[in-house]
Design a protein around this ligand. Sequence first.
Ligand SMILES: NC(=O)C1=CN([C@@H]2O[C@H](COP(=O)(O)OP(=O)(O)OC[C@H]3O[C@@H](n4cnc5c(N)ncnc54)[C@H](OP(=O)(O)O)[C@@H]3O)[C@@H](O)[C@H]2O)C=CC1
Ligand SMILES: O=C1O[C@H](COP(=O)(O)O)[C@@H](O)[C@H](O)[C@H]1O
Length: 490
Amino acid sequence: MLSFVVFGASGDLAKKKIYPALFALYYEGRLPKNFMIYGYARSSMTTEEFRNKIAESLTCRIDWSKAGESDCAAKSEEFFARCVYVPGQYDQAKDFKALDALMCENERAVSSVKRVFYLSIPPSIFVPVAQNAARECQSKTGDTRVIVEKPFGRDLTSSRELTAALAQDLSEEQTYRIDHYLGKELIENLTVMRFSNIMFQPLWNRNYIRNVQINFSENFGTEGRGGYFDNYGIIRDIMQNHLLQILALFAMEEPASLDAEDIRNEKVKVIRCMRPIEMDNVALGQYKGRETDGKKYPAYLDDETVPKGSLCPTFAAMALFIDNARWDGVPFLLKAGKALHKRQAEIRVQFRHAPGNLYGERQGRVEHVTNELVIRIQPDEAIYLRINNKVPGLGQRLDQTILDLQYKNAYGQVELPDAYERLILDVINGDKRLFIRNDELEAAWKLFTPLLDKIEEQKIAPELYPYGSRGPIGAHYLASRFNVRWGDTE
Ligand SMILES: NC(=O)C1=CN([C@@H]2O[C@H](COP(=O)(O)OP(=O)(O)OC[C@H]3O[C@@H](n4cnc5c(N)ncnc54)[C@H](OP(=O)(O)O)[C@@H]3O)[C@@H](O)[C@H]2O)C=CC1
Ligand SMILES: O=C1O[C@H](COP(=O)(O)O)[C@@H](O)[C@H](O)[C@H]1O
């Protein structure tokens, strides 16, 4: 049996991601037959109200090949019947004891129970909640696993403190540090693409790859989350975790097996080979307000929860280097920003140009004729390869065209699972491949903390860019220093 507890059950993440993911897993028959979901928070709410809250964000995944057989309403009712709300304080052992008693009551007929605790709460209360849950609510008959949301600290010191505090009551084996980018379909596919296709294997190194770009952009600002965001900034919010994890999977050596430890060993190795980040290789930005056609877009500083005059970056671009034999000298350009012109996340691999000059004039400028592999993580998941091709017809003119794998064409209309679905299922199954291990986290903070300290100590002012734009000019200067253009802005 599975008892799944969501701490912070009244919150945003629980509603937006966790309940829909749990329901999707139930709908697809992926949860154990016998399961219960407990929502725990301080807010006063009845179980009925809790179920209504969950209902607001549930959708049924329609498999069009079975259209007409959808039994969404019935499935939702069955699911709600397994959801119970338990009000309680986060620092009161007696409230956790009451939760434990209720779970024991519901579990009394079964011999083995797995308990999963999801800490969907602000980081300031991770430790008391994890401690109380571990001390009062561990399963007596099976495994107990705890999902910890990001941020895992805000620098090396605080991350170590958090790790040490959690480790007092939970083993590393029980701790699942979630980075939801690792649960995205195209990121899961990255290792498959690299290690199962012989055509990519020989090219994946400094001899053939000129630069790698990992871009994240959102077309909305911090709206409503400014209070949280200002304490972290875009580097901690997106780069130190999501983009670095993507980079590690992209650049790591082939693991000995697909076991979690083998994959994480390779990821940590590559992060540890990264060169300290130089301030000269970083461009920072912050969005300012804009008015277009009578519509006003706010500046970051307009958010009332953001301190006046904050220098917090909402955009960053940086060049990173991996000092190992495979990647020596190849710039990995990372870029992340809020309030930009589009919402997109992708990896761009720009290859070197084909040697020689056989097609000379017919080819145009060199940077326009190199191959580029794009892995679009979202939206509209796709993998495409820009190749040179002869323009059909008489003559010998060359053109660039695209070998295009669009997921929605190739894989029909089956909706891709949300990252949280995959990751929650992995926790239930005890698969730690897609979760961040302690030493990976340590290596990631070792890489970013000196840079973050410098930015804060030197009070480096970000360059302002208009809401909805392509970001600050500084990012283009940065790329041009490495003779590179950002592929996503063309
Ligand atoms: N929201 C998102 O999109 C994402 C969130 N995360 C992470 O997930 C976790 C949860 O995020 P989110 O749901 O947005 O958080 P919320 O701010 O919505 O908080 C969740 C719940 O925690 C309780 N809570 C809030 N503030 C405090 C406080 N100061 N002291 C005690 N309890 C408090 C509230 O419940 P009550 O008062 O009822 O107890 C609230 O409903 C965070 O660690 C966040 O960083 C990560 C990625 C994305
Ligand atoms: O972790 C975070 O991720 C979201 C973006 O996630 P996505 O899956 O919608 O791309 C980001 O908005 C948020 O600031 C950050 O904390």
